[in-house]
Design a binder for this molecule. Structure first.
Ligand SMILES: Cc1cc2nc3c(=O)[nH]c(=O)nc-3n(C[C@H](O)[C@H](O)[C@H](O)COP(=O)(O)OP(=O)(O)OC[C@H]3O[C@@H](n4cnc5c(N)ncnc54)[C@H](O)[C@@H]3O)c2cc1C
Length: 448
């Protein structure tokens, strides 16, 4: 082991190699899930080029040392948590936008590029980077690809996968797979890009990517609507999809709306609040229709960017990274028609677990994605397992997914059978073994 660490420190130099003894209490030991236990990796490696990443992987392969890739550590499933028998491989020093091609409408960048940097570069070139998340200031391109991240704009632009044109990655033995394609149509065999997208670092290290950019949209129109009954929501969504170019359709249950700071916006306080954003179409006319149909009881239209931001603040105020310490965060998908029955059953089940239970429901309901934050003050740390034991069978029964956007990481593996069959997991394992025969890439994480 000592010789492997010496080889790694020689390849990377002091800027790229930090010994375990210097990492105690550092930020590389936990992600935004707060599930880190302080476990120190063998070392923190911070390569600054593809050649260095390949050299690191060759050394680790030769000595059979597991590797945990780390991006911005904003993941919510514990996918980047270090292990005592593995090195942590941070992409932070391999960052930067390499090219914006205005004719193709594409951007090529390094995996360690922070999402906000990519968004700013796209904006300066007159485009929109199609992915957006609350963690934009810290999460990295390699991290959003590895989790196939979503966010509020999925309804308009799709998940990360839908915007990814080309990908470059390094396998566990140091082999470089580079397919930085800028074209949409490319049926030249298995699409490895889609295998690596959402693989949570279990197939190799992502080093570069090409994204499709969207034309910069016109100023969006934003409104906050008061809704009294859940069955109005599917009707509103269908009509909004027909009449508007929707770029967000975010629903908050009353508990979330209040905790986000929504008190006083509507009187009386509605059971649900809907944040709707449209790039095109007549939002005012749509609101008038919704009011006349009795689907909304009130609405406020943002008259400035600052007013729109206030609506978003209500939606985003219950931030997972603040809430997760001691609370339980669920990220599930459900068919819209089954959502309200699920929410009622979930609340009832939680109160049976702990009569003091509190829960906050909100989500990207335009995509069937529900987030639930749960506080069970009467239960200790075991509460997290009890919540998942309660909720995931209900998700399965409703035909949903136990992870809509955050991945499986290390925190949801025990419940994967509620979303994937053993045959599916076996197929994933076969792929993983083919690409990583020694099982060195992020062991104990993700589905396989
Ligand atoms: C405030 C907040 C809001 C969020 N909002 C959303 C949201 O709306 N939608 C959503 O989908 N997610 C959301 N997330 C979670 C989301 O998964 C992450 O923010 C992001 O996708 C992870 O990026 P990261 O760089 O921080 O990755 P990390 O947390 O560092 O890693 C995540 C996984 O990717 C792997 N990985 C990282 N980089 C590489 C690489 N270069 N090669 C191979 N594997 C790699 C890691 O091993 C790990 O398994 C949110 C998180 C926070 C804290």
């Amino acid at each position: 082991m000592t010789s492997a660490l010496t080889e790694l420190s020689e390849v990377l130099g002091p800027a790229g190699f930090t010994a375990a003894s210097d990492l105690a209490g550092g930020s590389s030991l936990d992600d935004a899930s707060g599930a880190g236990t302080g476990t120190l990796p063998l070392a923190l490696l911070r390569p600054a080029s593809v050649a260095e990443i390949q050299a690191v992987m060759r050394i680790c392969f030769h000595h059979a040392i597991p590797v945990v890739p780390q991006g911005g550590l904003t993941g919510l499933s514990g996918g980047a948590l270090p292990r005592a028998d593995a090195v942590a491989l941070s992409l932070a020093r391999f960052s930067g936008v390499e090219e914006v091609d205005p004719l193709q409408g594409t951007m090529t960048m390094r995996a360690g590029t922070v999402l906000q940097t990519a968004q700013d570069a796209a904006g300066e070139a007159g485009f929109l980077f199609p992915i957006d998340l609350g963690a934009r200031g810290s999460c990295q391109i390699g991290g959003i690809i590895s989790t196939n991240a979503g966010g509020p704009r999925v309804i308009r632009y799709g998940m990360t996968r839908d915007n990814l044109l080309g990908l470059e990655m390094v396998l566990s033995d140091g082999t470089l797979l580079s397919h930085l394609s800028q074209v949409t149509k490319d049926n030249t065999g298995y699409d490895l890009r889609h295998l690596f997208c959402g693989a949570e670092g279990t197939l190799g290290v992502i080093t570069r990517a090409v994204f499709r950019l969207a034309p910069a949209p016109p100023p969006v129109q934003t409104a906050l609507c008061a809704i009294e009954r859940f069955d109005a929501i599917p009707a509103l969504l269908q009509k909004a999809k027909r009449d508007l170019t929707l770029s967000a359709f975010e629903t908050m249950w009353q508990d979330h709306f209040l905790v986000g700071g929504g008190r006083g916006v509507f009187s009386p306080l509605p059971d649900y609040a809907l944040l709707i954003e449209a790039e095109n179409g007549d939002l005012t006319a749509w609101l008038e229709w919704a009011f006349a149909e009795g689907l909304i009881s009130d609405a406020v239209v943002a008259t400035s960017g600052a007013a729109a931001q206030k609506f978003w603040d209500i939606r985003e105020n219950v931030r997972p990274e603040r809430s997760l310490k001691g609370l339980h965060n669920l990220d599930i998908s459900l068919p819209l028609a089954k959502t309200e029955a699920f929410v009622s059953a979930c609340r009832e089940g939680l109160l049976q677990l702990d009569p003091l239970a509190q829960s906050w429901f909100f989500g990207h309901l335009g995509d069937g994605n529900l987030h639930v934050i749960v506080d069970l003050p009467g239960l200790g740390p075991e509460g997290k397992k009890q919540v998942q034991d309660l909720v995931y069978p209900m998700v399965e029964k409703s035909g949903g997914s136990i992870s809509a956007e955050h991945g499986i990481g290390s925190l949801k593996r025990d419940w994967l059978h509620h979303s994937r069959s053993s045959a599916e997991v076996a197929a994933m394992r076969a792929i993983r073994t083919a690409l990583d025969p020694l099982g060195l890439m992020n062991p104990g994480k993700s589905a396989a």
